[in-house]
Design a protein around this ligand. Structure first.
Ligand code: GDG
Length: 753
């Protein structure tokens, strides 16, 4: 029997980084277009390394399309020299896709500010449209072997769009912000589209395990795909989910701290700040960064600790951001007012408590501030990671400094030696400030050095390398899982073997094999294409088609009685050979055990909303596909173990199938049922297709040389896997298609087929 592996392309191409913004922002100054470095965590993080890769960065250059005018070609070339490929967006696109949808819907919702989120179909359409524009740009530049790495919440539909357009691409996705809990995420009207968009990626990366867990819970609940060990089987693909806490360019900060320019800046700071202790915060203007809460806590600290007045300065750097969004403009005003109020209340003729800058500061000045600050206050209300915390630590090669970090920043998961606080707890905040300001030098050095060692090791390069290695290995995942997809060559051989054989036996499971699984079995009637292909196959001379199912006789008769098929019901209890057209029992059976089993199943159904009991002649089935999946799984285990306790005395067995627990007579299975056709017919060609482990009995009963296929990506005794019922139907249709080169049709085979 053929046993080819699915072909795996070697990936030696470029790395295509795709993000909303390019690492350069284009400005027009005195008529000329100029490139400035972009700010923000993603740009600063990746910009420091991507040039050393064989990479191309695809994104928006930050300037309105209409402001580029005739310079478009020139600008494209200028950017290409920087390994960048622009996606040009109009003012409308930016307003709708970026300001309104990305910043006005996704950002607040994903950061646990649901009341700030607005939902509009117009902005959603714009988001889809711009994702499609990015897709066009990637498709335009992509070459076989390139690896695509999509970044962040602006482009969550892109992975799937790319998968639909490119042949076998390798696609990674990294989310830089939190993925919220299911209860928040499910508020999004387009939640299914977003999850499906993301699942187009081979590898989904998150900063923390919480975010990854929330994502998998949403996928399970909203799409019904289970995950185990970070693998999500989506039908015909496996996507992997993993955690990669983003690092920084550690040496860049450590070395800058030693540069003479920075030392000079520190001296200047010393002159104006004198002996005072310095508290520092550096944030983009954003309500998630907790700036107002921090100001309130600082005021409380001054109130509680008058001894620190005139002895410390809080340097507050706020970098302008998203000024077009209403909440941000309002926040700016509130910060201005709060700073004014605190300085007014506590300031003296010699002292201004808060030194406030609303602008971006140059890199050297930033490092000088990090070096001069006794305490860094990184206290966001919610933050995906927060790189400022890490940069502060990297800059402190002098072994001094204390980091106060909020536990709702992703960075808190890695930086356990920081003073972590709950930002909503003022007492916590005040106590942390006091502890930080009085921490002995030796303790500061100890805490710093543990964190620095970790950050130096898992720096930005290591992060990128780790992610990309994991991405490459995802393409080998299906093999690791023992899955062998029916590739092009074995498929051709299968079709040819069918077409050349004179006696053929097709053994086809129904639910999950010919039609997709649905939450209520009664909804799974066969569509016309399934009936047509079964009818045509069964009409082929020398061909026996057996639908072999766990269903009861009435359901199978209702759907298939008019077709020239054989049928097996209740997993092999009842057989209806086409020749007789009569149902017969495989052997005399009793169902006395039902009286004891039924109340147990019913009790479980009552305690598990969305589940129900189905009764067949010789089996009872508890279905929980419609239940909350974790509860269903828990109850399934309880039920199975409860029933198993009874099997010693009664003649039944318990089977755990796909979202079902089935109780039926011992010794009955699909394997025994197919034995009958195999021995009576002695076929030259046998093909068995099934989707769950009740079909494994059938696969194991097949003779050497038979073809067998399991639907889905589970490990199996079958020889091959196929992705979905739709692919099974396509394969069956292909059996009926004439060979490409009809050399000599097998005897008995109608010429026109
Ligand atoms: C998103 C997530 C996640 C800031 N002000 C100045 C300046 N910066 C630089 C910092 C840092 C970056 O900007 C800010 O990074 P953050 O991580 O703090 O925050 P976001 O921009 O919100 O980034 C975040 C990140 O993505 C990465 O995944 O950590 O959670 O929200 O590098 O140094 N740089 C200069 N002057 C400034 O005034 N030169």
């Amino acid at each position: 029997m053929p046993n080819e592996k699915a072909e795996e392309p070697t990936r030696t191409g470029r790395l295509l980084i795709v993000s909303n913004r390019l690492p350069f922002t284009v400005h027009r100054r005195r008529g000329q277009l100029q490139l400035d470095a972009s700010s923000g965590g993603l740009s600063t993080g990746l910009a420091s390394f991507y040039r050393t890769y064989d990479a191309l960065w695809i994104g928006w250059p930050g300037i309105d399309k209409s402001d580029i005018g005739a310079d478009r070609e020139h600008l494209t070339q200028q950017l290409l020299a920087e390994k960048c490929h622009p996606v040009f967006l109009s003012r409308y696109d930016v307003d709708e896709y970026y300001n309104r949808f990305s910043s006005g819907t996704i950002w607040p919702l994903f950061h646990y500010f649901p009341l700030y989120a607005t939902y509009s179909n117009t902005t959603w359409k714009a988001y889809e449209k711009v994702n499609r524009m990015f897709c066009d740009a990637v498709v335009e530049t992509w070459q076989q072997g390139d690896t695509i790495w999509v970044h962040d919440f602006h482009l969550m539909l892109l992975p799937r769009m790319l998968r639909e357009r490119l042949p076998d691409p390798t696609i990674g996705f990294f989310l830089h912000i939190p993925f919220p809990s299911l209860e928040l995420f499910r508020l999004l009207p387009w939640r299914v589209q977003v999850l499906e968009g993301l699942l187009g990626a081979d590898l989904l990366g998150f900063h923390t395990w919480d975010y990854a867990g929330h994502f998998m819970a949403s996928v399970r609940f909203l799409l019904g795909h289970d995950s185990s060990m970070g693998r999500i089987v989506t039908g015909d693909r496996v996507a992997r989910v993993d955690v990669f806490p983003m690092g920084i360019d550690f040496e860049r900060f450590a070395e800058a701290a030693r540069k003479p320019e920075v030392t000079r800046e520190i001296k200047t700071l010393d002159r104006s700040l004198g002996e005072r202790k310095v508290l520092l915060s550096v944030d983009r203007l954003d309500y998630t960064k907790g700036i107002l809460r921090r100001l309130e806590a600082f005021a409380l600290f001054l109130e509680r600790h008058p001894e620190y007045r005139e002895k410390l300065t809080y340097v507050l750097v706020v970098v302008p951001s998203r000024t077009m969004v209403a909440q941000y403009a309002q926040l700016k005003q509130q910060i201005d007012e709060s700073v004014g109020a605190i300085n007014g209340k506590y300031g003296t003729i010699h002292w201004v408590p808060i030194s406030y800058m609303y602008r971006s500061v140059p890199f050297n000045s930033l490092v000088a501030l990090y070096r001069r600050a006794d305490v860094a206050l990184v206290t966001p209300v919610r933050d995906g990671m927060n790189l400022v915390a890490k940069e502060y630590l990297a800059s402190r090669t002098d072994n001094r400094g204390v980091l106060v970090l909020s536990e709702t920043a992703g960075a808190a998961k890695e930086l356990g030696e920081a003073l972590t606080i709950n930002v909503n707890n003022d007492e916590d905040f005040v106590l942390a400030l006091e502890t930080a300001l009085t921490m002995p030098d030796a303790e500061q050095a100890n805490r710093l050095s543990v964190m620095q060692t970790r950050l130096r090791r898992y720096n930005i390069r290591r992060w990128v390398q780790d992610y990309l290695e994991a991405l490459q290995s995802t393409s080998r995942l299906q093999e690791e899982m023992g899955v062998r997809l029916l590739g092009v060559q074995p498929r051709k051989k299968l079709v040819k073997a069918f077409q050349q054989a004179q006696k053929r036996l097709l053994l086809l499971d129904y639910d999950g094999t010919l039609v997709p699984l649905v939450s209520r079995p009664s909804m799974a009637a066969p569509p016309a294409d399934v009936l047509d292909v079964l009818n045509l196959l069964a009409g082929e001379p020398g061909t026996e088609v057996v639908v072999i199912s766990g269903r009861d006789r009435d359901s199978l008769d209702g759907w298939f009685a008019k077709l020239p098929l054989s049928m097996v019901a209740e997993h092999g209890v009842w057989l209806k050979p086409r020749a007789t057209g009569q149902w017969e029992m495989i052997e005399p059976l009793t169902n006395e055990w039902k009286e004891q089993g039924r109340p147990i199943l019913e009790l479980h159904a009552d305690r598990t909303p969305g589940s129900f009991v189905e009764e067949k002649d010789f089996s009872l089935v508890w279905h929980y596909r419609g239940s909350e999946s974790r509860l269903g799984e828990l109850r399934a285990r309880e039920l199975a173990s409860h029933l198993q306790g009874l099997t010693a005395n009664l003649n039944f067995q318990v089977l755990e199938g796909s979202k079902v627990v089935e109780v039926k007579n011992a010794g009955i299975n699909k394997g025994r049922a197919v034995a009958r056709w195999l021995s009576q017919m002695e076929p030259e060609f046998v093909l068995a297709i099934g989707d769950d482990w009740t079909d494994e009995d059938m696969f194991k009963a097949l003779p050497e040389g038979a073809w067998s296929i399991r639907v889905g990506l589970s490990g199996t005794a079958a020889k091959y896997n196929l992705g979905s019922p739709a692919k099974v139907v396509a394969l069956l249709q292909e059996l009926l298609t004439p060979e490409e080169q009809p050399a000599a049709p097998a005897a008995g085979r109608p010429a026109e087929k």
